[in-house]
Design a protein around this ligand. Structure first.
Ligand SMILES: Cc1cc2nc3c(=O)[nH]c(=O)nc-3n(C[C@H](O)[C@H](O)[C@H](O)COP(=O)(O)O)c2cc1C
Ligand SMILES: [Fe+2]
Ligand SMILES: [Fe+2]
Length: 399
């Protein structure tokens, strides 16, 4: 019954949308949902590239069976065994006990570990090819894009790169699958949020993978999440390249925590200083309201970062501390940084942020504002100055 969308005449999209889960990995909000993409090649031999999350396994199998029309499934190629793509393998094996599961040595040991599957598998190595008849598939290992076993499958005949999580994005596929058939506006920021939160730590493996990609001729990039890239391949590659080099655009994120509004007023003033000095892209986040995934998205997107925190029980604001940890874990490089803080009787926040700033190796603004009790004129002016100073540093480093 299902009419699956072809990428090229004999390669079909058999993936599914997830509009039900509220958070990806039970952590990252899915305000626009997510798709789990799977692709079927119908040649002399048939091959499926990746499966989907177990929650969508029934629909996935029905879409697959509609396309196979009683043909047997010869191969399942696993580019990435994280359960959002491997969850349906158990079902698949029940429908297609004959299927040969293709992966590298790490994939196959994880396949045994997760699902107890050991028989009828085919181990492949770097640049080995698998012929389906007309379609020749070649494999490229890209460890840590996003797990150790991750690999790319390149269809040399159709010039399609099946890229696993690389070049993926949050956001369901709303009717169309290929970029040329849709308005892609909603995906770009979701691609950055996906990268910042899921891949953010793995800049250098992503760079290595991009070097492998640069040698390939590409008509389509079929990722495991979000649109199939065709007309917009250059933009999709550019975003990944920039993010994995930790290159920020000209703009500043101002993040603050505030219980009663004093630190918030400092943040407003810093933002005004930035705008006055000509920064057009200023993203202000109240850490008690913005989900950290959006804050991290903007930290990856922009080169400037300014953080403000009140002192709370002789520590940083309880939400600012974990944000600093998230930044450290991802090893974010090349940022222009400023910070400010407040207290009422014994300040600790500014001291902690200065220790953080030192560890990052970033360019740090000389102006640091530490406010006791309410905001007075001298500190008001210092906050404006902090904004102006970061703006000046940013313009120097970006241009
Ligand atoms: C729960 C709580 C704990 C605090 N702990 C400290 C502290 O350890 N040292 C201090 O100097 N001020 C402390 N303060 C005072 C705040 O740091 C100070 O009032 C700050 O300016 C509040 O900023 P805000 O108005 O942005 O919330 C605390 C305030 C609260 C509500
Ligand atoms: Fe993944
Ligand atoms: Fe994934």
């Amino acid at each position: 019954m299902f009419k699956n969308i072809p990428i090229v005449p004999d390669v079909f999209y058999v993936g599914v949308n997830d509009r039900q889960k509220s958070s990806f990995e039970n952590i990252i909000p899915l305000d626009k949902g997510v798709s789990y993409n799977s692709y079927l090649i119908l040649d002399e031999k048939t091959a499926l590239i990746d499966t989907v999350d177990v929650s969508q396994a029934t629909l996935f199998i029905e879409k697959l069976q509609s396309q196979l029309q009683n043909r047997k499934l010869d191969y399942l190629i696993i580019n990435h065994i994280e359960p959002d793509h491997s969850g349906a393998i158990g079902f698949l094996r029940k429908y297609h006990p004959e299927v040969t599961i293709v992966g590298n040595s790490k994939t196959l040991s994880m396949l045994e570990g997760f699902y107890g599957l050991e028989d009828n598998v085919l181990e492949i190595k770097e640049e080995e090819t698998l012929s389906l008849g007309k379609h020749q598939l070649q494999f490229y290992m890209v460890p840590m894009v996003h797990w150790p076993e991750t690999m790319f499958t390149y269809d040399k005949t159709a010039k399609i790169l099946f890229s696993g999580d690389a070049f993926g994005s949050f956001g369901t596929l709303d009717g169309a699958v290929i970029d040329k058939d849709m308005n892609t506006d909603k995906y770009w920021d979701e691609m950055i949020r996906y990268y910042a939160n899921v891949m953010g730590k793995y800049g250098s493996p992503v760079q290595k993978a991009m070097q492998k990609v640069s040698a390939l001729s590409l008509n389509y990039i079929c990722s495991t999440h979000g649109p199939v890239w065709h007309e917009r391949i250059p933009e999709a590659l550019k975003i990944s390249d920039r993010l994995s080099k930790y290159e920020g655009e000209e703009g500043v994120v101002v993040v603050y925590g505030s219980m009663y509004g004093n630190t918030e007023l400092m943040a407003e003033t810093v933002a005004q200083g930035l705008a006055e000095a000509g920064v057009r892209e200023v993203a202000v986040h109240n850490i008690s309201k913005s989900d950290p995934s959006y804050i991290l998205r903007d930290i990856f997107k922009y080169k400037g970062l300014i953080i403000g925190s009140p002192t709370y029980n002789n520590e940083l604001h309880p939400e600012i501390e974990p944000l600093l940890r998230k930044i450290e874990i991802r090893g974010i490089k090349n940022r222009v940084f400023g910070y400010f803080g407040s207290f009422s009787w014994a300040g600790a926040a500014v001291k902690r942020m200065s220790a953080f700033a030192e560890k990052t190796g970033w360019s740090v603004a000389a102006t640091v504002v530490e406010q006791k009790l309410g905001l007075k004129e001298d500190n008001y002016n210092a906050c404006l100055q902090l904004g102006r100073e970061v703006a000046g540093m940013l313009k120097k480093e970006v241009n």
